[in-house]
Design a protein around this ligand. Structure first.
Ligand SMILES: Cc1ncc(C[n+]2csc(CCOP(=O)(O)OP(=O)(O)O)c2C)c(N)n1
Length: 256
């Protein structure tokens, strides 16, 4: 808090969040997550050696907002590029930022193999249960019965399968160090998300290995809900299918 005369500033833009107007829809989780990452870059003192991997998806312009080095990669290729950067420049702190289409559909193979190799990278997986950027098509994480542009009567699990639970899938592997799922469903969820991402970045700084944080995130536009209702959808409907918890910490599986 800084005090000037009779007025006090109790909250301000994080130092490493650029003063650029964001293109995100009202209620979108990406903007909140960008802010958390910007805060952590400052708090952990890693901004000058951080390299973000920007996805193809709604967050394609992440580098316009978060003030650190970034590489923009082709859709789904983040894990492979993150591996290359981290291995060739071990002094960098590499984090990929990926949607469910990017990470769990086209990038599924890279994701699993990077986790299986135990790459010392931080993966931030933004699960909003839909392809946002391209117009609200069904994603691997779309809920059963959820209506999208390509599941107009609702996702039918008989023909379209069930939502893929990435944390659970990765938790079958030996090498990942830390796996947690959090939900941006309100102030408490935002605090948990920051804690989890901070833990994942800190683990990378200590050379611990592969860290995966899944963030359940609202997409009010393609849920066709108000921003407030989309938070409830995340906290209730999404969390029923994607339990919010720590799956693994310190390289030891901690199955509930
Ligand atoms: C190789 C390739 N295939 C498909 C696309 C089209 N495309 C762009 S973004 C996207 C999905 C985005 O959804 P998601 O990753 O969940 O992120 P969101 O937009 O919801 O944040 C797709 C299929 C592309 N750009 N490149």
């Amino acid at each position: 808090m800084s005090v000037k005369g009779n007025s006090a500033t109790i909250y301000s833009r994080p130092k490493y969040l650029k003063p650029a107007p964001m293109h995100y829809c009202p209620g979108c989780g990406h903007s909140i997550l960008h802010k958390l990452i910007a805060e952590l870059l400052e708090e952990l003192g890693i901004r000058d050696r951080a390299v973000g991997i920007a996805p193809v998806g709604c967050a394609v312009f992440a580098y316009n907002y978060i003030d650190c080095d970034f590489v923009e990669v082709a859709h789904g290729r983040a894990a492979a590029v993150a591996t290359g950067i981290k291995r060739s420049r071990p002094d960098t702190i590499v984090f990929s930022y990926q949607g469910d289409g990017d990470l769990a559909a086209i990038g599924m193979a890279e994701t699993i193999h990077a986790a299986n190799r135990g790459e010392n990278i931080t993966v931030i997986f933004v699960n909003n249960a839909v392809y946002g950027m391209t117009g609200g098509q069904m994603a691997p994480t779309t809920l059963p019965g959820q209506k999208t542009a390509t599941s107009q009567s609702g996702r039918d699990t008989q023909t379209m399968g069930y939502p893929i639970r990435m944390c659970e899938l990765l938790d079958t592997l030996t090498r990942p160090y830390y796996i947690e799922r959090v939900a941006l469903d309100g102030p408490r969820g935002v605090t948990s998300a920051k804690k989890a991402i901070g833990k994942a970045l800190r683990a990378q700084m200590e050379g611990k290995g592969y860290c995966f944080v899944e963030v359940l995130s609202p997409c009010a536009t393609y849920l066709r809900m108000s921003p407030l209702d989309s938070l409830k959808f995340v906290g209730k409907n999404m969390a029923e299918h994607f339990p919010v918890r720590v799956f693994r910490e310190k390289g030891e599986s901690c199955h509930a």
